[in-house]
Design a protein around this ligand. Structure first.
Ligand code: PMP
Length: 436
């Protein structure tokens, strides 16, 4: 595998960064100076010709790898025919075809209807409007550490970092946050009750559950730190929702579309959501989001109540259809399971080597988190990987997340683990490895 880094960041990258910093919004988070030029599979070349192994996949987006020939061809062919026509006002064939393909793989047993958007946040906004409209209830619940996007409705559900809210109020009213699952409790043999205790308190003191439209949940929390709830947690939440007539909305923007080795993360739990939100991996990098709902819910809002000029535009839809075909034909779900097990096994070995530095190794399929002793250590590891040609990204307070393309090979996994071993050894020898 080609994998060669000389100078990072190189002179062209520094030039790109200089221009960018002078003219773009400083609100953009920017993890490290990486300026990609082109990619193929799991490998990216930067503007200086350095080659990187991409364990970010554009933040869990490039599910079929960079520039998959089939996805490229589908987009090119669609571009020859039609670039845009509003699917809100007219009947765009590729929109209906994409909706049908998604409905076919939906993790719901009954009939499903689909709304297509341009992004994850927009799909969350749509789902939020839908659950309020369909139930006539205004209150919604989400979780501490949740990330659902940065537009106002989605932002109001988000709580993963205080700075996301600071200075932006007032947010959308009637949104409540309760603790997410705590798998550390489960691992320690203790009951994980915080979510359910908080919901009980909320319902007893603050909100009549009959006024709650929905609970929005990431079946595996993404930006919050790749947190996998213990067994039975989501089932319990589903049962609680059912008892109070509350809808369950699964935000699978980050954990869906094959990332965990099943098409949807909820499939590991046997729980069916009422609404499912997707984006990121959905169209291999073209901007597309979706929310899928039980047909009777979606049928409750009449023509004109919700629409979008670009949502489900022809090129992203063509890319999504090709993405679904590639996932199936190239057995990418199996690959996610097998490669994911290899990454987890390798990381656990590294944890044994660095017990004071590595706090936890966790994940499902190719959604994998390495929790370190501090945020400084996670940042140092991210940087040490970058200078060695491996792209990873921080999540939560102290987690380094890995979400490689679902086409990643066993050889690439070995290379990544080799880099991680070196990078961890480097971090272990610095101040960042010490107490926070
Ligand atoms: N939901 C989840 C679970 C996400 O991880 C994200 C993005 N990180 C979003 C929603 C928002 O998606 P977008 O950035 O496409 O608006």
């Amino acid at each position: 595998m080609p994998h060669l880094v000389t100078e990072v960041p190189g002179p062209r990258t520094r030039e790109v960064v200089r221009r960018d910093r002078s003219v773009t919004s400083p609100s953009l988070p920017r993890a490290y100076p990486f300026a990609p030029r082109r990619g193929c599979g799991s490998v990216l070349e930067d503007v200086d010709g350095n080659l990187f192994l991409d364990f970010n996949a554009g933040i869990a987006v490039n599910s079929t790898g960079h520039a998959h020939p089939r996805v490229r061809r589908a987009v090119q062919e669609q571009a020859e025919e039609l670039l845009h026509y509003s699917a809100s006002d007219f009947f765009l064939p590729v929109y209906g075809e994409t909706a049908q393909a998604l409905a076919r793989v939906a993790p719901m047993s009954g009939p499903v209807r689909v709304f297509l958007t341009n992004s994850g946040a927009e799909a969350v906004e749509g789902a939020l409007k839908l659950v309020r409209h369909a139930t006539g209830r205004s209150h919604v619940i989400s979780f501490h550490g949740a990330f659902h996007g940065r537009t106002y409705g989605a932002l109001s559900l988000t709580s993963s970092k205080a700075k996301y809210h600071t200075g932006f109020g007032p947010l959308v009213p009637d949104v409540h946050h309760v603790p997410f699952a705590d798998p550390a409790k489960v691992a320690a043999g203790e009951p994980d009750e915080a979510t359910f205790d908080a919901l009980e308190r909320l319902f007893r003191h603050d909100v009549d559950p009959r006024q709650v439209a929905a609970v929005f949940v990431e079946p595996i929390q993404g930006e919050g730190g790749y947190i996998v709830p213990g067994e039975g947690w989501l089932r319990r939440l589903r049962d609680l929702c059912d008892a109070a007539g509350i809808l369950l909305v699964a935000d699978e923007v980050q954990c869906g579309m094959g990332r965990t080795g099943r098409m949807w993360a909820v499939e590991h739990t046997g729980v069916e959501p009422d609404v499912l939100i997707s984006a990121k991996g959905l169209a291999s990098g073209l901007p597309l989001g979706a929310f899928l709902a039980r047909a009777e819910l979606m049928e409750s809002w009449p023509a004109g109540t919700h629409g979008s000029t670009y949502g489900g535009s022809p090129l992203p839809c063509a890319a999504a259809l090709a993405t679904l075909a590639v996932i199936e034909e190239e057995s990418l779900l199996d690959n996610a399971v097998e490669r994911g097990e290899e990454v987890l096994a390798g990381l656990r070995e590294l944890q044994r080597r660095h017990p004071d530095l590595v706090v936890d190794v966790r994940g499902v399929g190719l959604m994998i988190g390495l929790q370190l002793v501090s945020g400084a250590a996670a940042e140092a590891l991210q940087q040490a990987c970058f200078t060695r040609g491996l792209l990873v990204l921080e999540a939560g307070e102290d987690v380094v997340r890995m979400s490689p393309p679902l086409v990643v090979t066993a050889a690439e996994v070995r290379t990544a683990l080799g880099v991680l071993a070196e990078a961890l050894a480097e971090v272990a020898g610095t101040d960042a490895a010490g107490p926070a």
